[in-house]
Design a protein around this ligand. Structure first.
Ligand code: G6P
Length: 606
């Protein structure tokens, strides 16, 4: 799972490739590499680790070719070493790949028997050797690529350069996304439009199974059956400016601080704040006739879906099935024809979520997608889109996209309640007024940062941390634990507070911090009993609650005192202290907050 880019240009390609790769680092940063063609000669430069290593290495390497391909890698097959870095090459070609080739072992065995010598442990290299074999037996580049692709099982987007031909590049996709950029006497290809934004805004997206033959002045596209097809470019709306950190030390901190604004925008998009009602949603879905709604997502987006379950069931009396996408896609769950599925994804490219969308569509369901990237594959394949207006999220650990997802889902649940005639108009008005307060309350919580930072220093000394919550605070506990482990590498688990006694209580001792998310709501007293159970075993409690909750809890604890607010909106506001707690713990530990080890922003492989 990686980012790829290709340029048939009129200037030296290598610096432009690196600039594009910077925009693709969200897809992985284990290694990076470029290959260029100059007077028919292929030259490569690759480096382990982040892009800056490749940039340093390029300073000492003369790559002046105007035709080139580039890659930033998230390691799947083979360690993140230079020899496993893309582009992979033979004497006749160089290739970059995003995706996974599932049958690479058998292909590799076969190719080795034919004399191919492999230089890496990757699945990708089999594609290079398969194409090479075709070229060696006299096939033209397009035919050699087509023949190789027919042998592959799995997902891929590829770009290939051919030795001896500076004027040609071939791209193809199955499963993984690939965009074609049209320039002035130049042509480009990339994993997304953002990668190509400094080069052009004229973008065409390849459909699944497409193969594109690019020359400097244009492109011929062939569909999965080999028929010539038109994929006309349209103007992409992504900004050509690289998003910067502003005055913040990390993108994550900047994005945490943007939440009052972007959540405000998102709420204003869906709510008529003056009229105290939801704006009409033109979804083409009659919520009144739905028996259930299934929600699918991964990671943080899944936790947003878990919160939404409580809202849909309470506001709309609509039963919810919720699944992790990687489980849903193989469960063969029977889905009601003409029912509704909801997928949630920041990037809109997560492979498992996309596969779930396709499964639901194949079962005859309508699919609505809550997405942050409106040009993404999920956005394009869904029947309806519910955009989150979070803006580009760069930090790998999702923050503002999460709270914007919550904002959209809350509005949808309220709208569903009205459509199903189970949420009275006055209750709708009360909820809309409550959600309208979220940006202000978020701003207040951001002012608690200094106190949270002090608690984080203590947390940074722990080996394990437990997060507890009940009701809608349970998914926030899960999200808090996920944030902490992904950026600080401290082992953390989120639990439903009521489950404490069924296992995790055995872990409690004086060295075990327990973060309790406990707004003073209808389940508060139950949660307090669980807090007492921790206190009785000398556990270190970090209580995130409001004044009323803190005084009613009556335990010795580190406190994060959040303003009081209606229970329905607490997930949006309580997300912020857990994000800040994870952030400051990671800063204290000295980890790479924005690009934590082994992770990627967008996971385009299974
Ligand atoms: C990765 C990211 C997470 C994200 C998850 C789902 O694991 O690191 O932050 O929540 O993918 O991504 P999506 O783009 O589908 O929301």
């Amino acid at each position: 799972m990686c980012g790829i880019v290709g340029i048939l240009g009129t200037r030296a390609a290598a610096p432009l490739l690196v600039d594009s790769l910077k925009r693709l680092e969200y897809r992985g940063y284990d290694s990076a590499g470029v290959a260029t063609l100059e007077d028919g000669r292929l030259a490569r430069c690759r480096a382990e680790g982040k892009l800056k290593h490749l940039e340093d290495r390029l300073k000492a390497t003369r790559l002046t070719g105007r035709t080139g391909i580039g890659h930033t890698r998230w390691a799947t097959h083979g360690a993140p070493t230079e020899s496993n870095a893309h582009p992979h090459a033979t004497d006749r070609l160089a290739l970059v790949h995003n995706g996974i080739i599932e049958n690479y072992r058998e292909l590799r065995g076969e190719l080795e028997q034919c004399g191919a010598v492999f230089a890496s442990d990757t699945d990708t290299e089999v594609i290079a050797h398969l194409i090479d074999l075709g070229l060696a037996s006299g096939a033209a580049p397009k035919e050699a690529v087509e023949a190789a692709l027919r042998r592959l099982r799995g997902a891929f987007a590829i770009a290939v350069l051919f030795g001896g031909d500076d004027e040609l590049m071939i791209g193809a996709r199955r499963g993984s996304p690939l965009a074609i950029g049209h320039g002035d006497g130049e042509m480009y290809l990339g994993s997304d439009a953002i990668a190509l934004a400094p080069l052009t805004d004229q973008i065409a997206y390849l459909e699944d199974g497409d193969l594109a033959v690019l020359i400097r002045t244009g492109v011929d596209v062939f569909d999965a059956d080999g028929r010539p097809v038109e994929r006309p470019p349209t103007r992409a709306t992504v900004t050509s400016l690289l998003v910067d950190k502003g005055n913040h030390r990390h993108f994550m901190l900047k994005e945490i601080n943007e939440q009052p604004e972007v959540v405000g925008h998102t709420l204003a998009h869906y709510l008529d704040l003056t009229g105290g009602r939801c704006k009409p949603l033109d979804l083409g879905v009659d919520f009144a006739r739905l028996d259930r709604l299934s929600i699918t997502a991964c990671g943080t987006a899944y936790y947003a879906g878990m919160v939404a379950r409580y809202w849909f069931e309470r506001f709309a009396r609509l039963p919810i099935d919720i699944d992790i996408a990687s489980e849903f896609r193989y469960r063969e769950q029977p889905l009601a024809k003409k029912g509704l599925s909801l997928v949630i994804s920041q990037s809109g490219e997560t492979a498992d979520t996309l596969a779930s969308l396709r499964y639901a569509k194949a079962e005859g369901q309508q699919v609505a997608a809550v997405v942050n990237v409106e040009q993404s594959t999920i956005a394009r394949e869904a029947d309806m889109i519910l955009p989150t207006l979070a803006g580009p999220e760069i930090g790998v650990a999702s923050t503002k996209a999460f709270t914007c997802q919550l904002a959209v889902l809350a509005c949808l649940a309220i709208a569903a309640g009205r459509a199903r005639n189970v949420l009275p108009e006055a209750e709708e008005a009360r909820l809309v007024a409550a959600f309208a307060e979220v940006p202000r309350l978020m701003s207040q919580v951001l002012r608690l940062e200094d106190g949270i930072e002090a608690i984080a220093r203590d947390l940074g000394r722990a080996e394990h941390v437990l997060y507890l919550g009940r009701g809608t605070s349970y998914p926030i506990a899960l999200e808090g634990a996920l944030k902490l482990k992904e950026i600080s590498y401290i082992h953390a688990e989120g639990y439903a507070a009521g489950e404490l006694k069924h296992g995790p209580i055995a872990l409690i001792d004086e060295a075990m911090p327990v973060v309790v998310i406990a707004p003073h709501d209808h389940v508060f007293e139950k949660t307090v009993s669980n807090v007492q159970e921790v206190a009785a075993r000398d556990g270190r409690i970090i209580l995130v609650s409001d004044e009323a909750g803190i005084s009613a809890a009556g335990v010795n604890a580190d406190r994060v005192v959040v303003p009081s607010m209606p229970a329905e909106i607490t997930p949006l506001v309580y997300a912020l202290p857990v994000q800040l707690l994870a952030y400051h713990t990671a800063v204290f530990m000295g980890t790479d907050v924005d690009q934590p080890r082994n992770l990627a922003k967008s996971v385009t492989v299974e």
